[in-house]
Design a protein around this ligand. Structure first.
Ligand SMILES: [Zn+2]
Ligand SMILES: [Zn+2]
Length: 386
């Protein structure tokens, strides 16, 4: 048993290096998806490709039907240049697995191989390999392509490597774990005119200044102090010279929240503040509010099952005290299905541990075994695979 597990870890570590050397961007993970499909078929799973673009689902059923479990890995790389020099460095200039999705894909292939080799259990496991986690909502694309109708899951889980935690340590929490990240673009439209004759020209600069001040009161005055939220205005653009009132000033900013109701309240407040200042200043104000990813919210029971699985797998584990302000598109899956997202520590002791999206980041191979062991312990709990 241990021998077989060690062989699987070695095999998928080699796959991880190959994926690292051949990274692919969002919705272009054709080679990666091909390797995933081939590996899953070889392990005896039923494989469906082309879900939400390049998504792949491997289904493992043996024994009678029972509980259904979804396990997700992301496959895409990032559009920037690797600066580290591992022996398996990226062969594609400007494309790089800087978030460790090569490692997540390898772990989930390893878990599929391991679970497929166990004695029959009563349940079904869907291994969900998604495209385009990095800003392009590949999880949503799979859901819109009927993911959970075609592959119903009672619960769904995902892991992400976490450079701030010791290698092999599992952390998660009930409730929010990753933020919603939204962007707003506000165009304040005046008329433009001579700065010495303001009486005939609505002042877009003054209206924009009032808007910046007023937007900064939204979190303080309209959101309960117990609800974490951030609104930052990050760009102010307008005007060319000292004696012309510009016809347009643009404001850009970001909003981070952990609760969809708070998110909706902030968007509505931005719109009402803009409308009010527009009337008062005689300008026309257009608000574009772009929701990228919703907050990632763990189901409490699933979060505790995830920690129990870590304990059963002999991994250090614990409740994460705070959520992260970054975002994750597994959030779309958790809106459709209860489940939990966990962080798997990957810090190398005494070594350099570049952050996710750092040009010298590299996934730590030492956590492939622990990652597979955690998934196996989770499957034992949810579908009785052991
Ligand atoms: Zn990332
Ligand atoms: Zn990532």
């Amino acid at each position: 048993m241990y021998q077989r597990f060690a062989e699987i870890v070695d095999a998928v570590t080699a796959i991880r290096h190959d994926l690292h050397a051949h990274p692919e961007l969002a919705f272009a993970e054709h080679r990666t998806a091909g390797i995933v499909a081939e590996q899953l078929r070889a392990a005896g799973l039923t494989v469906t490709t082309g879900i939400g673009g390049t998504g792949v689902v491997g289904t493992l059923t043996h024994g009678r039907p029972g509980a259904t479990l979804g396990l997700r890995a992301d496959m895409d790389a990032l559009p920037f240049q690797e600066q580290g020099a591992p022996p398996y460095a990226s062969t594609r200039p400007g494309v790089f697995h800087g978030c460790g999705h090569d490692g997540h894909t390898a772990i989930l292939i390893g878990a599929a191989r391991h679970l497929a080799s166990l004695p029959p259990f009563d349940g079904t496991i869907h291994f969900l390999f998604q495209p385009a986690e990095e800003g392009q909502a590949g999880a949503r694309a799979m859901i819109e392509d009927g993911l959970f109708e075609r592959f119903p899951c009672d619960s769904v889980f995902a892991l992400h490597n976490w450079p701030d935690l010791p290698a092999g340590e599992i952390r998660t929490r009930a409730g929010p774990i990753m933020a919603a990240a939204d962007k707003f673009v506000i165009r304040v439209l005046g008329k433009g005119g001579h700065a010495a004759m303001p009486q005939g020209t609505p002042d877009a600069v003054l209206a924009a200044a009032q808007l910046v001040t007023q937007l900064n009161t939204i979190v303080a005055r309209r959101i309960a102090p117990t609800d974490p939220a951030v609104l930052s205005v990050t760009q102010v653009n307008g005007g060319d010279t000292h004696n012309v009132l510009p016809a347009e000033v643009t404001l850009v900013g970001t909003v981070r929240t952990f609760d969809v109701a708070v998110q909706a309240r902030i968007e509505a407040a931005i719109r009402s503040v803009a409308a009010g200042i527009g009337i008062a200043s005689d300008t026309r104000i257009e608000v574009d509010y772009i929701r990228t990813y919703p907050p990632t919210i763990n189901d409490a029971r699933s979060a505790s099952i995830a920690l129990e699985a870590a304990a059963a797998a002999g991994l250090a584990h614990g409740e994460a005290p705070d959520p992260a302000m970054t975002a994750e598109d597994f959030s779309f899956m958790l809106q459709a299905c209860p489940g939990a997202y966990v962080w798997l520590g990957q810090a190398r002791e005494g070594g350099e541990n570049p952050a996710l999206h750092h040009p010298r980041y590299d996934f730590n191979d030492a956590i492939i075994g622990p990652g597979i062991a955690w998934i196996a312990a989770l499957a034992a709990r949810v579908v009785g695979a052991r």
